[in-house]
Design a protein around this ligand. Structure first.
Ligand code: FMN
Length: 347
């Protein structure tokens, strides 16, 4: 039976246990996207607190297309020294350091120009401009440069953000992608941008570890179903990533521009949240269909539940988000069975 305390490898990289801090934007960078001492301490505290793998929050590969103000930037070589200090601050306490690289596409809160695969908004009233093939080529190069900067800064790997209706996710979803060129239509074509990005990074950076984050399900009319997600996961695995990180979009409240299939009353139990949160069942299904490690995540709120998810082999690694914001030592206390000492997250 696997245990949360067991080490695991991602590509060739050994991780000391199965607990992951998933990316969570903190708005602690400078207005120009440079790393600050508060950011370093925020992540160092979770590394000291026993986490095996820290995935630093979404970093903007193109400063004009970040998620929101005070995002971390990974768009320019001038940010590399700050990123280096961040990677070092994490690694010195034993966690592996990854950083999520992202183009916010149609879901940027700061862009003056929303862009996407098609003119389908994911935020109320914000109709994206349709990207041309030349612009798509340019974006691939920006992902590669961002991954190179992460490597130069000393990160152990990157997570490519393909979830939550940001740019790569908007290409993957049949809800947002209505293109009829090489980048739209059947799943293989909708996945082309993600696959091209993965292959381009591989060509440039060889065995540098790569994780891909994707939606395991979308509570959206004509969005990704779990069966489609399995097909996407296989395509992404085949493209050459070392692990998958399965998230989902189920929350109609945080995505008011999107027509949901279920509202809070009609949502089936497995989509509804603790202890059934959908992302872990989706990760579990995908884990049974691929060979690479799968990270599950979603509503882990207590130590017993965290240990049980791994013991039941529902996923290979477990993301613990808000619980780690509430208590930086959540993981060490969970591994030591000091459950009563955990400071709980309050929704
Ligand atoms: C404040 C906050 C910021 C987040 N930022 C990101 C992000 O930068 N990238 C991302 O992929 N997910 C982001 N997420 C989603 C988390 O990675 C995670 O999937 C989610 O919080 C569910 O896990 P939890 O229930 O353990 O918190 C964010 C979540 C929160 C609460």
């Amino acid at each position: 039976m696997p245990d949360l305390a067991d080490p695991i490898t991602i590509g060739q990289l050994r991780v000391r246990n199965r607990a992951v801090m998933p990316p969570m934007v903190r708005n602690l960078a400078t207005d120009e996207g440079f790393v600050t001492p508060e950011l370093i301490e925020h992540y160092a505290a979770r590394s000291r607190g026993g986490v095996g793998l820290i995935i630093v929050e979404a970093a903007a590969i193109d400063w004009a297309h970040g998620i929101m103000k005070r995002n971390i930037g990974i768009h320019d070589d001038r940010v590399i020294p700050g990123l280096s200090a961040l990677a070092e601050g994490i690694k010195k306490y034993g966690a592996r350091a990854f950083i999520q690289i992202n183009h916010a596409g149609p879901k940027s809160h700061i862009a003056t120009r929303y862009v996407g695969p098609s003119a389908v908004p994911v935020m109320k009233g914000k109709v994206p401009e349709v990207l041309t093939v030349d612009e798509i080529e340019d974006i691939k190069g920006k992902f590669v440069n961002a991954a190179r900067r992460a490597q130069e800064a000393g990160f152990d790997g990157v997570e490519i953000h393909g979830a939550h209706f940001y740019l790569l996710s908007a290409f993957l979803s049949s809800y947002t992608n209505h293109r009829n060129d090489d980048y739209g239509g059947p799943i293989e074509k909708r996945a082309k941008l993600a696959v091209d990005v993965i292959k381009a990074i591989r060509r440039e950076l060889r065995s540098f570890p790569l994780i891909f984050r994707m939606n395991g399900i979308e509570n959206v009319v004509n969005g990704i179903t779990i069966d489609q997600a399995v097909k996407i996961a296989r395509i992404i695995e085949h493209a050459g990533v070392d692990a998958l990180h399965i998230s989902c979009v189920v929350d109609a409240i945080n995505n008011p521009g999107i027509p949901s299939i279920f509202d809070e009353k009609t949502m089936p139990a497995f989509l509804r949240g603790y202890p059934y949160d959908c992302c872990i069942p989706c990760a579990s299904k995908i884990k049974s269909e691929v060979k690479i490690p799968v990270i599950g995540v979603g509503m882990v709120r207590d130590a017993k539940f965290a240990r049980r998810v791994i013991k039941r082999n529902l996923c290979d690694l477990l993301g613990i988000g808000r619980a780690l914001l509430a208590d930086p030592e959540f993981v060490q206390k969970t591994l030591d069975k000091r459950d009563d000492e955990i400071v709980p997250w309050k929704d």
